[in-house]
Write a protein that binds this ligand. Structure first.
Ligand code: GLN
Length: 313
């Protein structure tokens, strides 16, 4: 089946926002200094349907940096270019069970980055975007993520500078991948492009449309543009199901029953294949770096809209 009628979805998005607003657990990320300055009360919820309808509640039009959610969409772009098998071999599809910025995960796996949704795999994936220079690679990523969103996405220069000044750990990950022969371009240039992609500004409504593009077999339902093939959209969702919320991916799938991807600025995108995308934004995070209110609102919507892929009724 599809989603309930327009009015019903509209009301449930408002209900999900109101329900999760009662929760104020979690802490705003501060390892990227600029992120610590955000208003922790901001909270937006959005649902985009595959027919192009977009529903919003709260601060759904407030911009924040996409952070790790970019990993899902850059992965899709690279799959489109290189294909299922090559990307699977180079980057992998298995959960590390460890934090998103783990160096130990690389060491434990003989230098393999494991999956594209942790930093190691994401940096390796960014390095795979075909381009003659880092500038061209960045341009392709900015264009590609903008196509998913259906509008031009811009960089937050303050977030970028703040992370670039403090991302010693990601630089170490990039260099470690190079030492293991897992990256073919300049690793520090790849980390820099990765840091830029993480600094792109989106809203909860943008995330819903980006998710709906994956739900709609790679066609943006608002613009009508094909961004990736249906098989790439499918592959991306399969990876998100097992790795999208880092070491909490199992709990997420158990509670929500849908592929999703979180970022440390407080965004989460969730995809209901064939139906639509959910975008949420609330900066307070759990200890794995996932938005607390965002998880609650998404769970509410998954249940209320009947989206859980494992539910038979
Ligand atoms: N840019 C952030 C980092 O690399 C993204 C992390 C995240 O959103 N989990 O640390």
């Amino acid at each position: 089946g599809s989603l309930p009628g327009w009015e019903a979805v509209e009301r449930l998005v408002l209900d999900a926002h109101r329900d999760a607003l009662a929760v104020s657990d979690g802490v705003v990320a501060d390892y990227i200094p600029r992120l610590a300055q955000v208003d922790p009360e901001l909270f937006g919820v959005s649902v985009a349907e595959v027919d192009g309808a977009v529903h919003t509640a709260g601060d759904a039009h407030v911009a924040f940096s996409i952070q790790s959610i970019s990993k899902a969409f850059v992965y899709a772009l690279v799959c489109e270019e290189l294909g299922h098998t090559a990307v699977r071999e180079r980057v992998g599809v298995n959960n590390t069970g460890l934090a998103f910025n783990s160096v130990v995960a690389i060491e434990l796996n003989g230098g393999h980055p494991m999956n594209p949704m942790v930093n190691a795999g994401a940096i390796a994936t960014t390095a795979l975007v075909p381009a003659a220079s880092p500038e061209e690679r960045w341009g392709r990523i900015q264009d590609g993520l903008s196509a998913f969103a259906g509008r031009r996405l811009e960089l937050d220069g303050e977030v970028y500078t703040s992370e670039a000044d403090t991302n010693q750990r990601n630089r170490a990950i990039g260099t470690l991948l190079e030492a293991y022969g897992r990256i073919d371009t300049d690793p520090l240039a790849a980390v820099d492009v990765y840091t830029r992609q993480c600094s792109l500004l989106v809203t909860a409504a943008d995330l819903a449309v980006m998710g709906a593009t994956l739900a709609d077999g790679g066609v943006n339902p608002v613009t009508g543009d094909r961004v990736v093939s249906a098989s790439v959209a499918r592959d991306t969702l399969a990876v998100l199901a097992s790795t999208g919320l880092y070491e909490r991916s199992g709990e997420w799938l158990f509670e929500i029953g849908l592929p999703g991807k979180s970022g440390v600025a407080g965004g989460i995108v969730t995809v209901s294949p064939g139906k639509g995308g959910i975008g949420v934004f609330s900066p307070r995070l759990d200890s794995a770096g996932n938005s607390v209110r965002g998880q609650r609102a998404t769970r509410y919507l998954s249940r209320a809209l009947g989206l859980d892929v494992f539910a038979s009724e």
